[in-house]
Design a protein around this ligand. Structure first.
Ligand code: 5RP
Length: 223
């Protein structure tokens, strides 16, 4: 099976975790796109969705799924999203799709985080995938030096035209290579309190309650 077929498999399997009659939190990325397409088949049995990006909102609306603003919602039973890396305890690196800030906000509203990922995302130790960090632009040079002190090499994420990529919130992103994230909770806490960091792409406080991992042998459950 191709990686995309594995993503489609878990996108479909995630429907079993959507609570009928309730809202569902929806992440961002190619795996979530498969989930959104599958969710369209049960759109009349949910109250609507809370989205983590402009891209996911557009896809949900195109399917006729009602989208509520996160600010209107006090609680969600479940948030469903992909990951760039996930370890055996459900700690994740996220933000490859630049949506990490809204993803963490919507995940924070949810009782459960169901991660959907193809098997290539499973790792023993986080850090092989460059860690995305959304930052305030004026702090970027200082933050690059802070990451260097941790052994990481941080670079500004650029668009194809060479200009800095900006998130849906209008901020640039650093991608940090070379970090060995052996204590995800501690590193998330440390980086998150540096002035100028908007959101760190380590999801340890908001780790997955459950991961549906797409493998050639079928959907396996992690965590
Ligand atoms: C977006 C994310 C995505 O969940 C992550 O990048 C995985 O994406 P994909 O499902 O396309 O592999 O964190 O910010």
């Amino acid at each position: 099976m191709t990686q995309d077929e594995l993503k489609a498999l878990v996108g479909q399997a995630a429907l079993a975790h959507v609570v009928p009659g309730e809202l569902v939190g929806v992440g961002t990325g190619s795996t979530v796109n498969h989930f959104i397409d599958a969710l369209a088949g049960m759109k009349d049995r949910i109250a609507g969705a809370v989205s983590s990006s402009d891209a996911s909102t557009a896809r949900l609306l195109a399917h006729g799924i009602r989208v509520l603003d996160a600010a209107e919602v006090t609680q969600l039973p479940v948030y469903i999203d992909g990951a760039d890396e996930i370890d055996g305890r459900g700690h994740m690196v996220k933000g490859g799709g630049a949506a990490l800030t809204r993803e963490k906000i919507v995940a924070d509203l949810a009782e459960r985080f169901v991660c959907i990922a193809d098997a290539s995302k499973q790792v023993a130790v986080l850090g092989g995938f460059p860690l995305p960090v959304e930052v305030i632009a004026m702090a970027a040079p200082r933050l690059v030096r802070r990451f260097a002190a941790l052994g990481g090499s941080a670079t500004l994420r650029l668009k194809a035209d060479g200009q800095p990529l900006l998130t849906d919130n209008g901020h640039p992103l650093l991608d940090v290579r070379g970090l060995q994230i052996t204590d995800p909770l501690a590193m998330e806490a440390e980086i998150s309190q540096w002035p100028g960091v908007v959101t760190c792409g380590i999801f340890a406080r908001h780790r997955a309650s459950l991961c549906l991992l797409g493998t050639p042998a079928g959907v396996q459950t992690l965590v």
